[in-house]
Design a protein around this ligand. Structure first.
Ligand code: ADP
Length: 596
């Protein structure tokens, strides 16, 4: 039942209740008033009748039925009451209700209470059923006296139905009033509840909109009564709610931006281990499908360590941490932290990819091992020869010389190794101060020839320097960059059999398809070539395709690493092409001056 019906029904109830109470009161009041009025009317009528009868009754006191009854009937016609004249002996001589024989047959009325009372007390009144007419009457009787003697009684009677019909009228009026009152209550209810219900309906609409997450308008406040205050407070409340929602959405946006741009993967799983949220990093790291929300983590990603860690966090309800490989051996290593969210039975999984750090650590460990090994070999040899020389004075002078040469060679290699390491460290640290100047690549030709001419002659190798004068100038640290040419040509010489050919050429090239923006230099040899699997690794420190051969050649395994770093310092790049047994081409590119 809605409020309007409830209110209208209560209005009707109130109206009916009031009318009922009023009816009860009026009924008893009216009854009293009518009673009094009828009684006094009866008294007046009886008195008048008595006077009339005293005057009209025959002197003889020998009454005849016709004469008296006529008299009584005449009197009765004037009022609406029943009139009776009863003799002292109880004979009814006249009655408005009975004539002729019926009158004569009327029984003795001296025993009637009202007649006896009139005889004894001067008047008698009673409500009773008439034995003659079988109707309810109110009787009033007075003695009729002549010469101090009672000669009879005059009695007036009013049918009770006259009284009852007056009361009935009043009840009918009340019924009409109830119907009219109820209709008025309905109309008033409809009208008055409109003022209450309209704002309540509006309020309901707005609360529904708020619940649906819509931006809502305010409720119009038209009055300052209780309802007006409620609406005002409601408006204040919606303002606060909107403020809070705005605040939360700003916070959410901020959080989302952070989560979206984090390198760490963040994942949220519920008590049933179902994913409820994953940031982009986590999606990539765990290779999650598009529809991951609501799916169990174990179903999507079968990493036993991750499941075990989640179980640990669930069972202990504390932070669980482990380093896990996300997939097979080739995939990332990650530090995974699982934090239970208090009271939510949710778990935040933070995945920090440490592959890069671990790789660096491995490289560093390898590097230390490599350096130690590289240093140890010549040192052991030097120590061995030195000890032999020291302990064995009988060694022939030719042999001694041979040993000393070996010691010198190894110490030279050691010093080369140390200086290469220092150089590499310097380049890698990034604080190399380049003394760059513009120059043509041909400016390196002379110095290169100075370095390599004896070796070239010795091995019968031919070096073709074929760089056009038209090639634009480059900006390099001449002394440092010399090492690039030295390393590449030195390698070409070392790994090309005697009688082979080495060519240094250059052309314009570039990453930009519209215009050339770099000079690309090619150092080509017709040597042994580099196997495919080693091609990507030759720029690593200490990487050598054939360790024994390279060491014999006096290589430290650092030449190409140094070369790569020098080029990086000059915003350049280096790569290679090689075919086993056919030869190798090292390409390096440098930006053209003015186009960096
Ligand atoms: P190294 O001092 O041993 O020459 P590098 O760093 O210069 O060290 O070269 C690394 C490895 O790359 C060499 O050990 C060699 O195996 C291979 N290499 C470099 N240049 C050539 C080349 N021109 N032909 C064949 N192999 C080469």
């Amino acid at each position: 039942m809605n409020i309007r019906t409830q209110l209208i029904l209560s209005y009707i109830g109130i109206v009916l209740l009031v009318l009922f109470a009023m009816g009860l009161y009026l009924r008893s009041a009216l009854k009293g008033v009518l009673d009094k009025r009828i009684t006094s009317e009866l008294e007046v009528q009886a008195a008048l009748t008595r006077e009339f009868l005293i005057e009209q009754l025959p002197e003889t006191e020998k009454f005849s039925y016709d004469e008296i009854d006529n008299l009584v009937d005449r009197l009765g016609e004037t009022g609406k009451m029943r009139l009776t004249f009863i003799g002292v002996d109880g004979t009814v001589w006249g009655d408005t209700e009975r004539d002729g024989q019926a009158l004569i047959e009327m029984d003795d009325h001296s025993t009637r209470t009202e007649v006896q009372d009139a005889n004894n007390f001067g008047s008698g009144m009673i409500d009773r059923k008439s034995t003659t007419t079988q109707t309810d009457y109110r009787y009033f009787a007075l003695p009729v006296q002549r010469n101090q003697n009672i000669i009879g009684f005059c009695r007036v009677a009013l049918p009770k139905k006259t009284i009852n019909s007056a009361l009935g009228n009043q009840q009918r009026m009340l019924l009409y009033a109830s119907i009219v009152g109820s209709i008025l209550a309905i109309l008033f209810g409809i009208f008055s509840t409109g003022a209450i219900i309209k704002p309540i309906k509006k309020l309901t609409q707005i609360t529904q909109s708020i619940a649906a997450g819509e931006n809502t308008s305010k409720v119009e406040v038209k009055s300052d009564n209780e309802l007006g205050q409620l609406l005002q407070n409601f408006n204040l409340m919606t303002d606060r709610v909107h403020e809070q929602i705005d605040k939360i959405s700003v916070e959410n946006q901020r959080l989302e931006t952070i989560l979206n741009n984090m390198n760490e993967g963040v994942l949220l799983v519920n008590g049933a281990s179902e994913i409820t949220y994953a940031n982009p990093a986590a999606i990539v790291m765990l290779n999650l499908p598009q529809m991951y929300v609501g799916r169990a983590l174990i179903e999507i990603n079968r990493i036993p360590e991750l499941q075990a860690l989640l179980l640990e966090a669930e069972q202990t309800d504390t932070v669980a941490y482990a380093e896990i490989r996300l997939g097979n051996l080739m995939e990332s290593e990650a530090e995974v932290t699982i934090v239970p969210v208090a009271a939510e039975s949710e778990y935040v999984i933070v995945i920090h990819d440490v592959s890069h750090v671990r790789k660096l650590e491995r490289i560093r460990a390898d590097f230390v091992a490599n350096v130690s090994h590289e240093l140890k070999t010549p040192l052991t040899t030097i120590r061995g020869y030195a000890e032999t020389l020291l302990n064995d004075s009988s060694t022939k002078s030719k042999k001694r010389k041979e040993f000393i040469v070996k010691i010198l060679n190894h110490s030279a290699r050691l010093s080369r190794l140390v200086s290469d390491l220092l150089e590499l460290a310097r380049l890698e640290s990034g604080d190399v101060e380049l003394k760059q100047s513009q120059c043509h690549l041909n400016s390196f030709h002379e110095p290169i020839l100075d370095v390599f001419e004896p070796v070239l002659e010795e091995s019968g190798l031919i070096l073709n320097w074929d760089i056009s004068e038209n090639i634009p100038q480059v900006s390099v640290d001449h002394q440092l960059f010399m090492q690039v040419f030295v390393n590449l040509i030195d390698n070409a010489i070392k790994y090309t059999p005697d009688g082979g050919e080495i060519e240094v050429s250059a052309e314009l090239g570039g990453t930009n398809s519209d215009a050339a923006n770099e000079v690309v230099v090619h150092v080509t040899d017709s040597g042994i070539g580099i196997p495919l699997e080693s091609q990507s690794r030759v720029f690593e420190r200490f990487y050598r395709v054939d360790k024994g051969r390279a060491r014999k050649m006096g290589g430290t395994g650092l030449g190409l690493a140094i070369t790569k770093h020098i080029l990086l310092c000059h915003d350049g790049r280096i790569w290679l092409e090689s075919e086993l047994g056919q030869g190798t081409v090292f390409h390096f590119a440098l930006p053209i001056v003015g186009q960096v």
